[in-house]
Write a protein that binds this ligand. Structure first.
Ligand code: SAM
Length: 218
């Protein structure tokens, strides 16, 4: 783990995780990032999650807990922060859920492959610039099974023309190292994803970019 990776994960203590859903998934998504958790992000999660799933940057486990997964779905949780792993595992309460404490900036040890990998609100927390953090696409494509999909959502940087609430949060979070996303933009994510995948879809809602990538270039 590098110092810069640690900053993007350290804020998620049991106390901040207790407030996370209300503050981030409720208030901030609605009023700062203008991307609805219930109407946009959850349907996108449900549409892409597959039976052997890896969730990276797990937070409170909200999406997995609410997605009404089939009983067959096997879930693996990966996060740098043990408090997030514990909170999400407890929340989703599924027998057989595995946890991996690991920094996503480095390749996942072993050669396990998944049908789907989700990265929700992770990339804006990773140390920038975009060219550095996007290296994870090159690692994670090797963790997909044939036909698998990598998908997620991330808050865009200054180019996204944030509203005044968003600008205040962006300034505070980037100053504290909770976010490192000032230079993140849709075009840059497109370039990096297309370096590693033949099939890339990008869609913007408010200041959030939703991405889906399949058919890795190996
Ligand atoms: C903003 S939360 C997202 C939670 C959840 N996915 C959601 O969308 O509600 C970011 C999560 O990513 C984790 N994280 C941050 N940097 C990380 C890194 N370098 N490697 C692995 N996990 C990291 C944090 O610990 C935290 O659990």
């Amino acid at each position: 783990m590098t110092d810069s990776s640690a900053a993007g994960a350290a804020v998620y203590s049991p106390m901040t995780l207790a407030l996370y859903d209300a503050w981030v998934l409720g208030i901030s998504n609605r009023y700062a990032w203008c991307c609805s958790t219930g109407a946009v992000l959850m349907p996108f999660f449900r549409a892409n999650v597959r039976p052997h799933h890896l969730d990276i940057g797990v937070g409170t486990g909200y999406y997995l807990a609410k997605a009404q997964l089939s009983s067959q779905t096997q879930v693996t949780l990966l996060d740098l922060n043990p408090s997030s792993l514990e909170a999400a595992k407890r929340r989703i309460d599924r027998p057989g859920t595995r946890t991996i404490e690991h920094d996503v900036m480095t390749p996942i040890p072993g050669d396990e492959r998944f049908d789907s990998i989700s990265l929700f609100y992770l990339l804006h927390c990773l140390p920038g610039p975009l060219d550095t953090k996007a290296a994870i696409f090159g690692h994670l494509k090797h963790n997909l099974r044939p036909g698998g999909v990598l998908f997620g959502a991330t808050i865009l940087g200054d180019d996204a023309k944030h509203n005044s609430f968003g600008r205040k949060l962006m300034a505070l979070y980037n100053k504290k190292g909770i976010f490192s996303n000032c230079g993140d933009n849709e075009a840059g994510f497109g370039v990096h994803l297309r370096e590693h995948f033949n099939d890339v879809t990008l869609k913007r809602h408010g200041r959030v970019l939703l991405f889906r990538a399949a058919d890795p270039i190996v």
